[in-house]
Design a protein around this ligand. Sequence first.
Ligand code: ZN
Ligand code: ZN
Length: 278
Amino acid sequence: MTAHKNAIGELRSGTPATIIRPMPQGPGSSRKMMIGMPRRVQSPVRSPVSKVGGEPVGLPAARWPTCRQCGRAMDFLFQLDLREPQHLSRGYRMAYAFMCRGYTDELNGIQCQTWVSEKGANRIELVERPDAIVAACPPAARCWPEFELQFFEADRRPKARPIPLLRIRKAAMKRTRGDEPIVASISDKQYARANPPPEMVRLGGTPNWVQDDETPSCPRCGGPMRFVAQVGAMVEKQPFERAVESVSLPFGSEGEAYIFLCERECAPNSTYFMWQTT
Ligand SMILES: [Zn+2]
Ligand SMILES: [Zn+2]
């Protein structure tokens, strides 16, 4: 695994992060869409920043939500900073996304419908002033492997740069054992360039719908909602059999989750969380 981590480190240092400009206007005024790429953390995140997995930082433990359908503690999925690098909310700094595991109670004909907000089987918790307190994952809930997010302007994200065929041929010629994969002879730098992390998070801009456009109205006031973020299930591929640490969030088969906030931010729970899959 060390080799892979080194490879990602080189990728990061070779790719300057976007300069964040101040945005004096209201939320959503910037049309620039930010793309978040995941990177496995070396040690647990202990500050209220955007991340996937781990335990929520900045959310009071008493606010850990339970599913309205089955009454179980929901699983924590990810948290998003609503001010940096994109100004997405006037009143709130952080959004925490939770979802029930989607239990089916066949005897009573109940299924926790996690893919829409109104069934109470998923939840966005908004926090105005997060502190650095970590809410421990309750025994009944699940927390995913933790990834931090590195944001790029959409048109400046690292692109895959294929490994030249000549290099692959040379690597193949170097092989001494029949069971050694060719990729073992390709440098970590080349491998990282050929396999940049997947586009996992989209902040602002417009949603990229997997199915039909299902932009909701505010469940509290009925008014228009602002698109805040899209988060992919992120199934990391493993080309050339090189091991890659990966995680897959439960949005169907490589589905996408969408988060909306009431344009007026009319209530602390004026949010909508849904997911679509193919
Ligand atoms: Zn449930
Ligand atoms: Zn509203």
